[in-house]
Structures are given as structure tokens and as C-alpha cells.
Design a protein around this ligand. Structure first.
Ligand code: ACO
Length: 428
């Protein structure tokens, strides 16, 4: 017998059998519950979508209680150990790990699209010298749609595939240009003989040397961070990507909106906020005082807590190990001791324990980025580069999903009833 939920409407005494599929009922099945012919029907009220599935997806699985994260079934720990970001991006988009020839073709195709049109470079020059690189990034991604009018053909498989490749390839170039702009340094063109993270480091940090050689430990650390950030199912920015994409906007415009959602301090801006918080705390001796203020509600412990994880974020554990490898090359980040002390106290304190608040992916990532020489303003941009693969995989999945329509939530109206307009002179 199929799973059903029986609902009895006390107002009418009527009973309704609502099918349960994959542990969910369809909200539209509630619409039949009404008291009169002109009754709109029962709705669900779910601010911030805390208990509403917006889609069926095959891309990423999270078990927040057990601290499990899988991309297409593969545990994040195994991907972080054995894969590369580009291979993981392919996996997210196409559902399977690529064969050796597929990976070779994919890598070549991405390399073909790393250059930015010179007019995009000129556009970026127009930004204020001290503009936040994330603002530059999201504006420029949106502007790219003007260069690729074929991106509007979202139903055309070939156009979709080429624009997916363009976006994955060009976001590091935009990010690097945004950084160089803020430093007043000349732009560095991509070097396609280098790996994906190696080329990104080249575009960021190359000075007068003819060929840029990155430190292999730092290059690998960046690639691991990219793998960890590549997707995270229906988070705020991915919901934005799907929401904008559902109106059939082109992927550049949709991705600009997703990047804007990522910019906020409660999402991708959190690692920037963590670093600012650690600096403000200043020394280990100030940690207990800071924790007391957080518990009084005078601010949050940034990098702690997650809507889905109610145990240790598995990405935070991998990042902590990566940090050790990076600090062996760069020297220990002095803020690490403050972070470790914050974590130690928070994991013992009832306020955090009872609310199941654990370190999330952003608690330690900023410390690594800072040790590698990135200014804090670049942190959300460093998040957006790999998340581009996840956003595009989710967007592509949505476009292929026959259940999907333009995203259009309902509301519970609690405002004024009908009333007559009052001329300005007669208003009190
Ligand atoms: N510090 C102190 N208290 C916190 C924190 C925190 N970081 N996070 C949650 N709480 C408390 C809340 O005050 C609330 O307490 P209450 O029940 O007494 O009111 C309780 O824990 C539940 O918090 P909510 O805000 O309801 O949890 P929600 O799921 O809405 O928020 C979020 C999740 C936004 C991540 C939150 O934990 C937070 O603001 N964390 C800090 C910012 C951060 O690190 N963001 C990065 C998230 S990961 C990512 O985007 C990649």
C-alpha cells in the first residue's frame, strides 16, 4: 500500500488522503482542502523554506545530523583526497566521474574559454579603485551576457553546454582581474599550460617572471577548497540561481543573482566576517569575554552554525587538515590560536551545544586564504569560483525537470482590507 497522510478537517469533518512520496507531501495536494467553493484552499506557511523541498535533485546529498556530504553519491572526503576541482565539476554537471578521454576533452574545452573579451577588461577598469571585488565579480558576470547573446537560447542543448564551459572557465579570470584592479596591478592573461588552480594563482600573483610557478602545496590546497565549495544542494545562492533561471533568464544573469546572494555575511561572506571577528577579538585572553557577548545576543560567532548541519560540518574537518599543510609552507597564521580557542570553548559551552552549533566550512577557510596572501575582500569571490559548477549543475537540472515552472511563492496577506484613496490634503 502506498504511503499516505490522512488529514481530518475539523471544520467540515471531511477526511483527505494525501500521498507521501520520498518523505514529502505535495503542497498542491492541500489545495483541495476547503470549506466553500470560493475558499482558495489550504496553503503551507514556511518563511525561509525551512521545511519545503523546492525540487527533486540527484546532485548533492547532505545528512545534517550525521555530518555526511555526497556529490552524486561520492563522499566529499574521497573527492577531496583523490579528485581535482575540474573533475568534480564534471561529476556535478554530468552525474558520473569522467573517463580519462572525457576528462582530457573537458579540461581542454575549459582551457579554450579562459580568456575575457577586451571590452570586459575595459568595463572592469571603470570600477572605483577600492570597489569590493565581489561587487566587481557579480556585476561583470552579469555583463558577460551582453557578449554571448546565444546564452538566451536556454532550450538549445549546444548553446547551454558552451555557456556552461564559458562560465566555469571565465570566473577565475574575472576574479583575478577584480583582485589585480584593487591592487592597481596590470592584468595577467591566462596561461592554459597550467592547471586550473595553477592558472588562477598565475593570474593573481604573477609579477615580472616570464612563467609563474605556484607552490604545489598551495595549488593543491586551493583545489581542495574548490572541491569542498563546489556544491551544497539548495542553499540561499543556489535557490537564487534556480529562482532566476526559472524565468528562463540566461545563465550569466542567473549566476550574477546567485553570486549576489552568496555575497551576504550569513552565506558566502561568512569567512570574511570570521577573519574580521578574529581580528577584533585580537588575543586569546579576550575569547571568554567575546563568547559571553555572543551568548547575550550581541552578535554571532561567525563560522558557527548551519541551517542543515546539526553536527560538525565535514568540510570544516577537511579544511582544518588542509590548514596544517598550508601553514607548513606559509608559516602559522597568528589568528589560528584565537580560532582554536573559540572552537574549544564553544564546543564545551551549553549555549552552543544545546543549539547544535558547530564550526561550518567558513570557520577555517579564511585563515588559509589569508595565509596564502589573499585579502579578506577576495574570500567570497574565492567561494563563487567553484560554486559556479554547482550553480550551473542545479540550473541545468532544473531546466530538464518537467515538474518545474517559474518560481512564484504564495503569501499570507495580513495587510489592510479594501479602502478608498484619500487625497494628500485630507490625510492625517
Ligand atoms: N552564533 C551564536 N548563536 C547562533 C549562531 C552563531 N553563529 N547561529 C545560530 N545561533 C543561535 C540563534 O541565535 C538561535 O538561538 P535562539 O534559538 O536562542 O534564538 C539558534 O542558534 C538558531 O539559529 P537560527 O538563526 O534560527 O539558525 P538558522 O538555521 O536560521 O541560521 C546560519 C543558520 C545563518 C548559518 C546561522 O547559524 C549563522 O548566522 N551563522 C553565522 C554565519 C555563518 O557562519 N554563515 C555561514 C554558513 S555556511 C555557508 O553559507 C557556506
Amino acid at each position: 500500500m502506498a504511503d499516505t497522510l490522512t488529514i481530518t478537517d475539523n471544520r467540515t469533518g471531511k477526511q483527505y488522503e494525501i500521498p507521501i512520496e520520498h518523505g514529502a507531501i505535495r503542497a498542491m495536494d492541500l489545495r483541495q482542502i476547503r470549506t466553500a467553493a470560493d475558499d482558495f484552499g489550504l496553503m503551507t506557511y514556511d518563511p525561509a523554506f525551512q521545511n519545503t523541498a523546492n525540487c527533486k535533485s540527484r546532485i548533492t546529498f547532505i545528512d545534517g545530523d550525521k555530518g555526511v556530504l555526497l556529490y552524486r553519491g561520492y563522499p566529499i572526503e574521497q573527492l577531496a583526497e583523490h579528485s581535482t576541482y575540474l573533475e568534480t565539476a564534471y561529476l556535478l554537471l554530468y552525474g558520473e566521474l569522467p573517463t580519462a578521454p572525457q576528462l582530457q576533452t573537458w579540461t581542454k574545452e575549459i582551457a579554450q574559454h579562459t580568456m575575457l573579451h577586451e571590452n570586459i577588461k575595459k568595463l572592469m577598469e571603470g570600477f572605483q579603485y577600492d570597489a569590493h571585488p565581489m561587487s566587481i565579480f557579480l556585476s561583470t558576470v552579469g555583463a558577460l551576457s551582453t557578449n554571448y547573446p546565444d546564452a538566451k537560447k536556454i532550450a538549445d542543448e549546444q548553446a547551454r553546454q558552451v555557456n556552461i564551459r564559458r562560465l566555469i572557465a571565465k570566473v577565475p579570470s574575472i576574479a583575478a582581474y577584480a583582485y589585480r584592479h584593487s591592487m592597481g596591478r596590470p592584468y595577467i592573461y591566462p596561461d592554459n599550460a597550467l592547471s586550473f588552480p595553477g592558472n588562477f594563482l598565475n593570474m593573481l600573483f604573477r609579477m615580472t617572471e616570464p612563467v609563474y610557478q605556484s607552490n604545489p602545496v598551495l595549488e593543491r590546497a586551493l583545489d581542495v577548497l574548490f572541491i569542498l565549495h563546489a556544491d551544497h544542494e539548495q542553499n540561499c545562492s543556489t535557490a537564487a540561481m534556480r529562482g532566476i533561471g526559472s524565468s528562463q533568464a540566461d545563465p550569466y544573469s542567473s549566476l550574477a543573482g546567485a553570486a549576489a546572494a552568496l555575497y551576504g555575511p550569513l552565506h558566502g561572506g561568512a569567512n570574511e566576517a570570521v577573519l574580521r571577528m578574529l581580528k577584533e577579538i585580537g588575543s586569546i585572553s579576550h575569547v571568554p569575554d567575546f563568547i559571553t557577548r555572543v551568548k547575550r545576543g550581541e552578535g554571532r560567532l561567525m563560522g558557527f552554525g548551519h541551517r542543515v548541519y546539526k553536527s560538525y560540518d565535514p568540510r570544516a574537518r577537511i579544511i582544518k587538515q588542509t590548514a596544517d599543510a598550508v601553514f607548513e609552507v606559509t608559516g602559522r597564521n597568528p589568528l589560528l590560536d584565537i580560532a582554536l580557542e573559540l572552537e574549544r570553548i564553544a564546543l564545551e559551552d551549553d549555549y552552543f551545544v544545546s543549539r547544535k552549533l558547530y564550526p561550518n566550512v567558513d570557520f577555517y577557510s579564511g585563515l588559509i586564504y589569508q595565509a596564502m596572501g589573499f585579502p579578506v575582500e577576495m574570500f567570497p569571490v574565492l567561494f563563487a569560483i567553484p560554486r559556479t559548477a554547482g550553480w550551473l549543475a542545479q540550473w541545468d537540472e532544473m531546466l530538464r525537470d518537467a515538474d518545474q515552472k517559474i518560481a512564484r511563492p504564495r503569501q499570507v496577506y495580513i495587510g489592510s482590507g479594501p479602502r478608498d484613496f484619500v487625497p494628500v490634503g485630507q490625510r492625517k
